[in-house]
Design a protein around this ligand. Structure first.
Ligand code: SPV
Ligand code: MG
Length: 540
């Protein structure tokens, strides 16, 4: 498995000679936005992760729930994340496991503060109790010993100023934490000016990076921090606060107007949400892993009445003959849809309006009585696209033939489905053909036979088989098939698909032969229909 490498390590950031800036995020989408804005890294804030989950900043969620959240965040970005790990979620032993797990999950570092578990947010109440230096340094040491990689950063945060112990106590603690192995010291303050922070920086004569959180002394110009040699500034909660305000304003406007009109232009477009969640990658990923649905669309040629069926097709076309409670066309529609071929056209002629009720494209050949199959196919020429199946509307195909169709990949121009039998079938319209080799059960013999020529009806003994009434036009052959079709019907409006195949083969088209051994019925007579009912009942 490939391990995600961060663009820069958190260690590089905290030890850089310039002041660096981290901004808060509380979930993956906010992390992504912060990274794209250009921030060196992300502060995964305990306060905002908790409150975005609707709970208080008092260790109300478990540390594994924090870990899960921050894992989504780190997966979404290439910049490092510093997790606010509160007090380490317990004693030194809990912290050992936290450090190990964070490292394993590709979080760049964590910050722990010298308060007592369960902690409270620094801006709540006064004089919060601090952990002893001995206890906290032991916890730090245990964390340092549990790092799973050397780049993992442990920031030690002292709340000495927050709890009112003054700069000297903060310095004493910071020095001890550094000596215990902390990679940086976070000195926190809730004063509205930066005086105590700047004083701390001046007196802190330890070669240890200093991190600050100017939530309350926000009016200090950034140059002051830079002059003071501060390593890293954290904007600790502003993504959440910005989104809370934006959601409140939007919700209010929609609620009051009962309309999206006032806000539609103010909110991020949906395309932006798709972009942030990485939707664009799917096109490439789908190409790599999802087998293309080949073919994509089908044209049924179903214009004829089917006069051999006499009264049965007096009021309806042949493709609507009922087979075990369902019209033949419905059987076909369902079967092809199940194979992912959703784009279905039917060229109708006799009683064409009866096909309107089906959920397919009904293309009417109004001259069906005086024209042939090529003319019908030409009526659907706009639907003849790369990888299109053309199928007689009176064919009923076994499941295995459809599976064959769906998986078949080829660089041929057309694919012809050929039954290996050369026995004449009464009224079946498909032509007899010769191929580059006869059907063989030995797959090594000729694994890609080609159809070479159409054989005269009177000489079928020479044929390798007969075309069943099913073909596929591939991307390679599309232009050739279309132009040949146009030429043929300009000459002869009654031309059949056999004529089209014959002309294409004579012109040297590359026609792949897929041999079949039964598994299809061309319904032309009452006997065919009974046989179709019988075989459907058997497979149902
Ligand atoms: C946080 O963002 O959760 C912090 C910073 O710890 S503060 O809220 O200032 O304590
Ligand atoms: Mg916090």
């Amino acid at each position: 498995m490939k391990k995600q490498q961060k663009k820069r390590t958190l260690k590089e950031i905290i030890t850089s000679p310039h002041t660096e800036y981290l901004m808060e995020a509380h979930n993956a989408i906010s992390a992504k936005i912060i990274e794209e804005t250009g921030f060196s890294g992300i502060w995964a804030s305990g306060l905002t992760i908790s409150s975005s989950l609707g709970v208080r900043d008092r260790n109300e969620i478990s540390w594994t729930q924090v870990l899960d959240t921050v894992e989504y965040m780190t997966d979404a970005v290439d910049c490092p994340i510093l997790l606010d790990a509160d007090t380490g979620y317990g004693d030194y032993n809990s912290f050992r496991r936290v450090v190990k797990k964070l490292g394993q999950r590709n979080i760049s570092g964590c910050c722990i503060e010298d308060k007592i578990f369960p902690k409270k947010n620094s801006f709540i109440g006064e004089k919060q109790e601090l952990a002893s230096v001995a206890e906290f340094t032991a916890k730090l040491k245990a964390g340092v010993d549990s790092k799973v990689n050397d780049d993992f950063v442990i920031v030690a945060r002292t709340e000495a100023l927050i709890s009112g112990w003054g700069v000297n106590e903060a310095l004493r603690r910071a020095k001890a934490y550094y000596e215990a192995g902390a990679d940086a010291i976070l000195i926190h303050s809730k004063a509205s000016h930066a005086n105590e922070i700047l004083e701390f920086c001046e007196l802190f004569d330890t070669p240890c990076p200093v991190v600050i959180v100017p939530t309350k002394y926000y009016n200090t110009p950034p140059e002051r921090f830079e002059q003071a040699g501060i390593s890293t500034v954290i904007w600790a909660n502003h993504s959440l606060r910005a989104s809370v305000k934006a959601v409140q304003d939007t919700a209010k406007a929609v609620y009051n107007s009962k309309s999206l009109l006032p806000i539609e232009k103010e909110v991020a477009p949906l395309t932006e949400i798709f972009r942030l969640s990485g939707e664009h990658e799917m096109e490439h990923i789908e190409k790599k892993y999802v087998p293309t649905l080949d073919p994509k669309n089908i044209i049924f040629l179903a214009a004829s009445r089917g006069e051999y069926l006499k009264d049965m097709t007096k009021k309806q076309p042949k493709c609507l003959l009922e087979i075990n409670g369902k019209p033949l066309l419905q059987h076909n529609i369902q079967r092809f849809r199940n194979k992912g071929i959703l784009d279905i056209s039917v060229v109708s002629g006799y009683a064409s309006q009866q096909l309107d009720k089906f959920d397919v494209r009904n293309i009417k050949n109004d001259s069906y009585e005086s024209t042939g199959e090529c003319y019908s196919l030409n009526c659907a020429i706009d639907q003849l696209r790369e990888s299109t199946i053309v199928c007689y509307g009176d064919l009923l195909l076994d499941e295995h033939i459809l599976t064959e169709l769906a998986k078949d990949e080829t660089d041929a121009d057309i694919v012809l489905y050929i039954d290996k039998s050369n026995e004449k079938i009464e009224n079946h319209k498909g032509c007899f053909v010769r191929c580059s080799s006869a059907f063989s059960p030995n797959p090594f013999k000729d694994s890609s036979p080609k159809v070479k020529s159409v054989v005269n009806e009177d000489n079928t003994k020479n044929a390798h088989g007969q075309w069943i009434g099913l073909l596929k036009v591939t991307e390679n052959g599309l232009d050739n098939v279309k132009s040949t079709l146009t030429r043929i019907i300009a000459d002869n409006k009654n031309a059949s698909i056999n004529d089209l195949i014959d002309t294409l083969l004579k012109n040297g088209v590359h026609a792949k032969c897929v041999y079949l051994n039964g598994g299809w019925i061309d319904i032309n007579t009452a006997i065919d229909l009974e046989f179709a009912k019988y075989s459907e009942a058997k497979t149902a």
